[in-house]
Design a protein around this ligand. Sequence first.
Ligand SMILES: Nc1ncnc2c1ncn2[C@@H]1O[C@H](COP(=O)(O)OP(=O)(O)OP(=O)(O)O)[C@@H](O)[C@H]1O
Ligand SMILES: N[C@@H](CCO)C(=O)O
Length: 316
Amino acid sequence: MSVFTPLERHELEVFLAPYGLGRLRDFQGIAAGSENSNFFVSLEQGEYVLTLVERGPVADLPFFIELLDVLHDAGLPVPYALRTQEGEALRSLAEKPALLQPRLSGKHVREANAHHCQEVGSLLARIHLATREQPVERRSDRGLDWMLAEGPSQALKLDEQALPLLRDALAEIAELKPRILALPRANLHADLFRDNVLFDGNHLAGVIDFYNACSGPMLYDLAITLNDWCSHEDGSLDSARARALLGAYAALRPFTAAEAQLWPAMLRVACVRFWLSRLIAAESFAGQEVLIHDPAEFQRRLAQRQQINLPLPFAL
Ligand SMILES: Nc1ncnc2c1ncn2[C@@H]1O[C@H](COP(=O)(O)OP(=O)(O)OP(=O)(O)O)[C@@H](O)[C@H]1O
Ligand SMILES: N[C@@H](CCO)C(=O)O
């Protein structure tokens, strides 16, 4: 899977008619993805992706639509909600909130190299630069307070090796929270993993899946991104890829002194975020045909982030 809501051709045709994009040629469910039902939809006038929002922050859909409009207007390669001929962006299909977006070209990269990381670093800086003057406000539902609330009960279910790792990281988050919240802010993608970026050869062609986007400290977004793009299998950082990503980002948005100080801790915070969400997902989707990411991957990464020899390229 993961298509949680199968669609009949006829109901899809009725849904698509108000966009005025021509007849439906073909459609198919997309297996990748774990949160929403997505379909590739081929219409006479082009290729599109239909998303039925299955869970998560449904009430915040107007936020996602607005943010993607801002990023699209800034010239960034993001999907955005197409409007019907009556100007409607957020609609309903099979009793689920539904959005139709242009299909972006390109493929996911499994084995990232330094060039990919450089492209991703630039793209992330451009997202931040496009929004930092006036972030579209949204509090993350997987933010520091969520980690502090969910972490202790998850820690109790861990083995002897993992428990102190998570417990110490949670204590660090509690201690650093005021300083983290005072860092420079913008809109964050907050889930810029390899499976949310599309490359056409060496060219970064698209960024998708903004359903974790929020407003918050830019450094946190950078740490989330780097932890996925620049890690080895054992969780350690690949310094060539990491330097490429950081260098490209810093060339567009130089870091502040406070960011440079909090950087090593921020890499740990970003590990805790995904370790916890994967532990919780593994528990709640156990036995179901849903793509579940391995929580232990972030345990390894957190263990490797105890000593970090990767200073931010920060100039006084
Ligand atoms: N606009 C788009 N253009 C091209 N492909 C897309 C687009 N949107 C989604 N896809 C494809 O659909 C897949 C699933 O989409 P997405 O990541 O948004 O789903 P999700 O259920 O929110 O997944 P998850 O939260 O697990 O990443 C993507 O991996 C990508 O292959
Ligand atoms: N990118 C997330 C899943 C979707 O939010 C993870 O790898 O755990």
